[in-house]
Design a protein around this ligand. Structure first.
Ligand code: ATP
Ligand code: LTN
Length: 340
């Protein structure tokens, strides 16, 4: 061994996040999660997945579902993720997720899962199919995360509770079986953390809303975007300012600010003396300007299925290697018999 001091190479901090292929992602998914994933890809060691196993907690049409998995995977690249920099994969193609989920479900309490607001919301919405997977969804999400030992999980504000539960599960496992998992933190950006429905600004914008005017899908064309913003629910005051009781306008101002990079105050100045009509058109134009290049890239990517499949395969292989090591470590700590 030479006694020359080696430079310390700092390991990049790791990040993991997922999106469900339950439909075309919305502007909420984009500002709350996807756009931040792109911003993080140079500074962090990033793992991003299409969470198809999560999507079947709500009934999916098999043919449409298969298409949506491919489209969501392509969309990750269309928004600017580079498979050379970030590891992109499909959850069900890495069997360790389902395997670790079982181990973790035996470290999760019934009471903890019963308190999850997403479970309560989704079971009210799908009262005819309150299945076991919908209930245990957070243990699968904990497995998705813990398998990759990330420090951060970039998500929208609605996922904070699930991330807290993941931390509790990891800490519990570590204290019972010895240090195994990195305890991750949610990474919630201020801008765009909770984009609201255009039709009911007290609710979050959701891709599964039955009213298509409530959300902007990343595939909406310019005319549709302009029309949906024109119809957005606001108030009767007709003066653009950020304030209490102005949920609709606040939401539009936040969306606009997230694109043009202006503060709420700067937006108020820009639209001083102008009405809601002008403001809504400006928001629509800005959003269309942001989405058009993404849509063009998506079309190009979807034109080469063989290449997409190849990228999916490579992503699954790399992710399986990393996940497999963590799974084996957890199994060993729990006392499962392993061959030498
Ligand atoms: P669904 O409507 O099918 O329940 P979803 O629209 O909530 O789905 P997911 O695939 O579950 O979307 O979420 C992907 C990411 O987008 C998550 O990090 C989530 O926090 C974020 N997200 C979803 N909706 C919003 C929103 N309205 N504002 C900000 N972030 C959001
Ligand atoms: N539960 C998330 C999607 C999701 C996820 C994850 C997010 C599944 N697994 C792991 C971050 C990390 C949702 O409903 N938005």
């Amino acid at each position: 061994m030479s006694d020359i001091q080696q430079p310390t190479i700092e390991r990049k901090k790791r990040v993991l996040s997922c999106i469900q292929p339950t439909g075309v992602p919305t502007l909420g998914n984009y500002f709350g999660a996807l756009r931040n994933w792109v911003k993080m890809q140079d500074e962090f060691d990033c793992f991003y997945a299409v969470a198809d196993l999560h999507a079947i907690t709500v009934r999916q049409d098999p043919a449409k579902f298969r298409q949506q998995i491919m489209e969501t995977f392509a969309l990750l690249m269309a928004i600017g993720l580079d498979p050379e920099k970030s590891l992109l994969f499909v959850q069900s193609q890495v069997p360790a997720h389902a395997q670790l989920s079982w181990l973790l479900s035996c470290c999760t309490q019934f009471g903890e899962l019963s308190r999850m607001t997403q479970f309560k919301d989704k079971s009210a919405k799908h009262a005819d199919n309150i299945n076991l997977g919908l209930f245990s969804y957070p243990t699968l999400m904990a497995a998705d995360i813990l398998l990759y030992q990330p420090e951060y999980v970039p998500v929208g504000a609605d996922q904070k509770q699930h991330c807290e539960l993941t931390r509790n599960i990891a800490e519990r496992f570590n204290s019972i079986y010895g240090n195994t998992f990195v305890v991750p933190e949610p990474y919630i950006m201020k801008t765009g953390a909770r984009v609201r429905s255009l039709q009911d600004p007290t609710k979050k914008m959701s891709k599964s809303d039955e009213n298509v005017n409530a959300f902007i899908s990343l595939k909406d064309d310019k005319d549709t975007i302009i029309r949906k913003f024109r119809r957005a629910v606001t108030d009767s005051e007709a003066r653009v300012y950020y304030g209490e009781g102005k949920d609709g306008i606040n939401n539009l101002m936040e969306i606009y600010g997230a694109i043009v990079g202006k503060t709420m105050q700067e937006i108020e100045q820009e639209f001083e003396g102008k009405g809601y009509g002008d403001f809504k058109s400006a928001v629509g134009e800005a959003v269309a300007g942001e989405l058009t290049p993404i849509q063009e890239r998506l079309q190009t990517l979807l034109g080469d299925k063989a290449q997409l499949e190849q990228l999916m395969r490579t992503g699954a292989e790399h992710a399986s290697y990393v996940a497999g090591r963590t799974l084996a470590k957890a199994q060993k700590k729990m006392g499962f018999y392993q061959f030498k």
